[in-house]
Design a protein around this ligand. Structure first.
Ligand SMILES: Cc1cc2nc3c(=O)[nH]c(=O)nc-3n(C[C@H](O)[C@H](O)[C@H](O)COP(=O)(O)O)c2cc1C
Length: 420
């Protein structure tokens, strides 16, 4: 039975897990699926001078959290509350905890102040708080603790907290995953590798460059134990999870070797063949530019997931969609929506498509590309119904212009047939 752990669990000398289990959760933060629910891990550290609470739980699990906390500490013993990440699933019980232990001093990262203020509102004036940065050290409850800021893993505010005498890293969402199993430890729970990688892919991947910076700071600490805010506590070979963050981040980094050929992907959808003909011409035009490798994909024939990996390592993306009922077609939107888990800033973008009378699809796609912080160097190409030979030349020109912009021969050219 995985539903409840009645007692706090001592995971190191004077350190207790006092979190909550949520085995029935199937969707997290609207975007993540979880076949195994999740946990909201919170901890206490007892030292000669009192108790530190590290993180809390989602608000609806507060009762469970306070019940466990009360088994290991009195509220008047709590000297500090460390907040590694201020997302509501870890801070839901913080306002009530502070009311019960108003003498406690809050520690969170410099970048967390705005979220802390939003969380506590005017109540924050009642409490003391310290904003931490990498390398800050102090003796909380009489035990040596240092902080490691890990910005953008996965919010600006995130940090890890290192209990030096136990070499225990409280890592917040870093190295976490959505996997609920009341056996708690990585060497005792079921196989959760898929969950760990899925979490990385959807939560950490867009910030992979920040992940690499964080790993550079964490690896030298050589933690003996990693206690994340979700999922199993990593006591068996904890450094392997740190290294796997490095490997995963590197695997998603585009190949930035100077002088390599650029990759341009052309995606399209077409009901009657007009946008398909445009796509082939855009592809041919782009392919005529030396140093650019161009690939053409009909979205009718593919699952989206593998495209996302291709897109991450590509330098440019062009989308072709007919206008249907004043919009671009759903498979195109599906790809564009799935780009939230990857880094698109600075990639080249373009759009083209056939239309009948109003032609909204192309400008709508361009807006989305700009919203993803992509560079749209030439105005998108719209053609009424089936393209003529002359219009196919325009498509080739458009493809060539985009490809030239990719290899630096940029002379952006405005091609607009809206008035045809
Ligand atoms: C169901 C349907 C709805 C359409 N709605 C629009 C529209 O809102 N605006 C427009 O400009 N064209 C509209 N069209 C016209 C198509 O965009 C046009 O036929 C186009 O050439 C189709 O391109 P394709 O051959 O690549 O599918 C519509 C066509 C269909 C079949």
């Amino acid at each position: 039975m995985l539903a409840t752990l009645p007692q706090p669990v001592e995971i190191a000398e004077g350190v207790h897990w006092i979190g909550a289990l949520d085995p029935d959760l199937r969707t997290f933060d609207l975007i993540l699926k979880t076949a195994n629910g999740t946990t909201y891990n919170a901890y206490t550290v007892r030292g000669p001078k009192g108790v530190v609470v590290v993180d809390t739980v989602k608000e609806e699990f507060s009762e469970e959290f306070f019940a466990r906390l009360e088994q290991v500490a009195g509220y008047d013993e709590i000297r500090a509350v460390v907040l590694n990440h201020l997302e509501p699933d870890h801070t839901g019980a913080v306002p009530e905890l502070m009311r019960r232990a108003p003498q406690a001093h809050i520690f969170c990262s410099v970048r967390a102040l705005k979220v802390l203020t939003a969380l506590m509102k005017e109540e924050l004036d009642n409490y003391g708080y310290t904003l931490t940065d990498t390398g800050d050290r102090c003796a909380l409850s009489g035990r040596p603790i240092s902080f490691v800021n890990t910005p953008y893993l996965h919010w600006p505010d995130t940090q890890c907290t290192f209990l030096e005498d136990e070499k225990l890293l409280f890592s917040g969402d870093v190295f976490g995953c959505h996997f609920c199993d009341d056996r708690l430890y990585n060497d005792r729970v079921g196989d959760f590798r898929f969950s760990f990688e899925y979490y990385f892919k959807h939560i950490m991947r867009p910030f992979k460059r920040w992940v690499l910076e964080a790993v550079d700071k964490i690896e030298p600490l050589a933690p003996d134990l990693i206690a994340p805010a979700h999922g199993p506590i990593l006591r068996d070979n904890p450094l392997s999870y740190v290294r796997s963050y490095r490997t995963l981040s590197n695997s998603y980094l585009p190949n930035e070797v100077e002088g390599r050929e650029k990759s341009l992907l052309v995606f399209y959808m077409s009901a009657y063949g007009a946008t398909a003909d445009m796509a082939k011409a855009v592809h041919d035009g782009a392919s005529s530019v030396e140093g650019v490798r161009v690939s053409l994909y009909d979205l009718q024939g593919g699952e989206i997931e593998p495209f996302v990996d291709l897109i991450e390592s590509a330098d440019g993306l062009v989308f072709g969609s007919p206008t249907v009922n004043g919009d671009a077609v759903k498979p195109v939107w599906d790809v564009l929506a799935s780009l939230i888990s990857i880094e698109t800033r600075g990639k080249l973008g373009g759009a083209f498509g056939s239309y009948g009378w109003s032609g909204e699809a192309v400008p709508m796609i361009e807006d989305r590309l700009r919203g993803l912080k992509m560079r749209v160097p030439a105005k998108g190409l719209r053609i009424k119904f089936h393209p003529t030979e002359k219009e196919l030349d325009d498509c080739r020109d458009y493809g060539r212009t985009l490809a030239e912009s990719l290899v630096g021969k940029a002379k952006p050219k405005v091609v607009d047939f809206a008035d045809l």
